[in-house]
Design a protein around this ligand. Structure first.
Ligand code: MG
Length: 363
């Protein structure tokens, strides 16, 4: 089996909030780079990369350039291909655009493998569970008014979600008292039995994280995420030591090695792995196994339609972030029922690019 060609596109999707009908926030669009790898015998694998931002055209170009290097290679030799690409771009890496580009290619290769074997990605990775918990993300963000949150949270519960994420480190003129009040009111709105998660997005200093983190301990957050700079492992460890609430982190880490340093520093209690930044499915599974050896649970970041396979496949998989940013790329995505996602059984990723998304292609 041989790779015949790789084609990629930049797709600029409008950013909306469909889970509880919130207004657009943060930015108006997200730019994804989508790719197709075609084999000489007509099998097509698809992949997606993200985080290019203003450099999305550059990310596309990186995928095209790396793609040229693997024409003629056997797509089933995934580790051989990703190693070849890491070596080819080594001096431009290890993180950043190089890793984002390889992640999309790695994904498409796994999609091809699944289609060749007639197995879903989850099945290929071990098929541990056929459904996984998922949490609503993006619907209770700091940009929204408290009034909106108090209406949106019960709506998510009506939709069957048992886990949902909000944010603190409020914009504008905030105080610890304002942060605590908002946390308490959101907890009251969802009741004691919902897993309420909270993202700080690296906006607190270490002392602030300890101070406000202690004040909100009786809110019983399921986790506090990225409480300070994502790579301040010793700072994170001080916060983790000071609080009962578990800390989650890892979405900003590129490749596998930084996870070793984060775990060795006891910086977080829950490992969050981003499929694009870690370098694709192959690397994602390596980090998940590393976390397992340290008795740490793993959660996903973005791309729930692909992460559902990965979280289902590992014994330490905790929950899938149900963040809808990428949904318009695909014909059909897994839909939560009673707070769970059923792992798709179709071969490979089980996804098809949407024809409707053609109108969002920019290059
Ligand atoms: Mg986050």
């Amino acid at each position: 089996m041989k790779i015949k060609r790789i084609q990629s596109q930049v797709v600029r999707l409008p950013l909306d909030e469909p889970l509880a009908g919130g207004p657009a926030y943060f930015r108006t669009h997200n730019q994804f780079v989508t790719l197709r790898i075609e084999t000489a015998d007509g099998i097509e694998g698809i992949g997606v990369s993200f985080f290019g931002g203003a450099l999305s055209a550059t990310l596309k170009h990186a995928i095209d350039q790396l793609g040229e290097l693997i024409v003629g290679d056997d797509p089933l030799r995934i580790e051989a291909i990703t190693q070849k690409l890491r070596n080819a771009g080594a001096s431009a890496g290890p993180g950043g655009i190089l890793t984002l580009a390889i992640s999309g290619i790695d994904m498409a290769l796994w999609d091809i493998k699944g289609k060749v074997l007639g197995q879903s990605l989850g099945a290929m990775l071990g098929c541990l569970r056929d459904r996984v918990p998922t949490y609503a993300s993006g619907a209770l963000v700091r940009a929204y008014s408290l009034d909106h949150l108090l209406k949106a949270a019960p709506l998510l519960i009506e939709k069957g979600f048992k886990q949902m994420k909000t944010q603190l480190a409020l914009p504008g003129d905030t105080t610890p008292e304002k942060e605590v009040e908002r946390a308490r009111l959101v907890r009251e709105a969802v009741g004691p039995h919902i897993d309420l998660l909270c993202d700080i997005n690296q906006r607190w200093g270490v002392h602030q994280a300890i101070d406000i983190g202690k004040r909100v301990e009786d809110v019983h957050f399921f986790w506090l995420e990225d409480v300070t700079a994502h790579d301040d492992y010793s700072g994170l460890a001080r916060v983790a030591d000071a609080l009962i609430t578990p800390l989650a982190g890892g979405e900003c880490l590129y490749g596998i090695t930084p996870f070793r340093h984060m775990i060795e520093a006891h910086a977080v209690d829950i490992i969050m792995i981003d499929l694009n930044r870690v370098g694709g499915i192959s690397n994602w599974m390596k980090v998940a196994a590393m976390a397992e050896a340290f008795n740490l649970p793993v959660v996903s970041h973005l791309l729930p339609e692909i992460h559902v396979h990965l979280i289902s496949a590992i014994p330490n998989g905790l929950t899938v972030e149900y963040m809808p940013w990428s949904f318009k790329l695909f014909e059909e995505v897994p839909v939560p029922v009673n707070g769970e996602l059923v792992v798709p059984a179709k071969p490979g990723l089980g996804l098809e690019f949407s024809r409707d998304a053609e109108r969002y292609v920019v290059s």
